[in-house]
Design a protein around this ligand. Structure first.
Ligand code: FA5
Length: 350
């Protein structure tokens, strides 16, 4: 009986040697290992054998089955490699060590402008803080002097989560945590709180050329003894002249935010239309860029700071709008479009 298995193995090997592609290999597999294949057929002749012979022959057939499967798998591997090599050889002058032909990636314009602002503020002694995008109602509103049902909440159409938390609608949501983090150093060691915290904000906005539902702000706070509006104006002016490297027309007008008193809106003359009026500035010639003001005593108190002794300013810079103005992007929605063609034209010009 061993003769039969040896012969079948030799027949298989010679057929495998001649197989030219995976289709032919599949035919061989079916011929030998299929349900009605030659190897399975060997078992059918076992009925006339003695029990002892059946046992030995059964084992021989099982060994042959395993060997046949391995031989076929090896041949499959060999044929696949040959196909790959044939494809490679068919490519003219293919050099595996050559650099790719795709363009290199580039930083997003908002990242560029954020990094530039961080650099400017760091050079003036501010720390850069990171804060989560999912925050509590207390962080985003109550600690900022906006109690539940306060009409000021209507200014920010907020995404609430089922667990009562919300997607940060303003970077001001980090203020309370920052005050608590640094208040001891302020009170015990006289170290002023000087921090900026850039971050992504979310609002259920009807989008247009200057409004997105997902946009970036950069909050900044400074708290110490005798901080005044002059300090605020100095830092705002320095930041804008460094970012734009040219004179920019700005205007400061009163603005209402429950967490500052007094509060201001800092607008810049639209750089897309030169102040003439266009869709990017809602045809007003001015773009709201950086609301700011003196931190409300209640907000300082909520952060564990005595407002009788300390004062401070806060601002909420619209980073996405700043990127629009700096890079001449007419429609804010282009910045979230993911279009590499439009985004890759911006580079770090430092
Ligand atoms: C605020 O979010 C306040 N937290 C800012 C603040 C901080 C005031 C500290 C005082 C003290 P406002 O909603 O105006 O304010 O947004 C601030 C800036 O974010 C706007 O001037 C604008 O530049 C930008 N911004 C607001 N909404 C959008 C939007 N939908 N798309 C793009 N940018 C926006």
């Amino acid at each position: 009986m061993a003769e039969q298995t040896i012969r079948l193995k030799e027949e298989l090997e010679s057929k495998l040697r001649l197989a030219k592609d995976v289709q032919e290999l599949e035919q061989i597999r079916v011929e030998f290992l299929g349900k009605n294949g030659l190897i399975t057929g060997l078992l059918k002749g076992m009925k006339d054998l003695s029990i002892e012979e059946k046992k030995t022959f059964g084992q021989e057939v099982n060994v042959l089955k395993t060997e046949a499967a391995e031989l076929i798998a090896d041949k499959g591997e060999e044929l696949k490699n040959a196909e790959i090599m044939a494809e490679i050889n068919a490519m003219p002058d293919f050099d595996i060590s050559m650099p790719g032909t795709l363009d290199r990636g580039s930083y997003h314009p908002i990242t560029l402008v954020q990094r530039q602002c961080e650099k400017i503020f760091k050079s003036m002694g501010f720390t850069v803080e990171d804060y989560s995008e999912v925050v509590t109602d207390y962080e985003c509103f109550e600690s900022l002097n906006i109690p539940k049902h306060h009409p000021a909440r209507d200014m920010q159409d907020t995404y609430y989560l089922e667990n009562g938390q919300l997607l940060k609608s303003q970077t001001s949501a980090a203020q309370n945590a920052i005050y608590k983090k640094y208040k001891d150093a302020l009170v015990n060691d006289g170290v002023p709180i000087k921090a900026i915290f850039p971050g992504r904000c979310f609002r259920n906005e009807a989008t247009d050329a200057c409004h997105e539902n997902t946009f970036f702000q950069m909050e900044g706070v400074m708290v110490d003894k005798n901080i005044s509006i002059s300090n605020l104006i100095f830092f705002m002016k320095t930041m804008l002249s460094e970012v734009f490297q040219k004179d920019i027309r700005v205007r400061l007008r009163p603005g209402f935010f429950p967490f500052v008193e007094p509060g201001f809106e800092l607008d810049i003359s639209c750089l897309i239309c030169g102040g003439e009026g266009c869709p990017s500035c809602k045809h007003s010639g001015w773009l709201e860029l950086c609301p700011c003001g003196m931190i409300h005593p209640e907000v300082l108190k909520a952060g564990g700071i005595d407002p009788e002794e300390y004062t401070g300013f806060a601002f909420g810079l619209g980073l996405t709008r700043l990127a629009m103005m700096k890079y001449g992007v007419k429609d804010i929605r282009d910045l979230n479009s993911g279009s590499l063609k439009s985004l890759s034209q911006f580079t770090d010009d430092e």
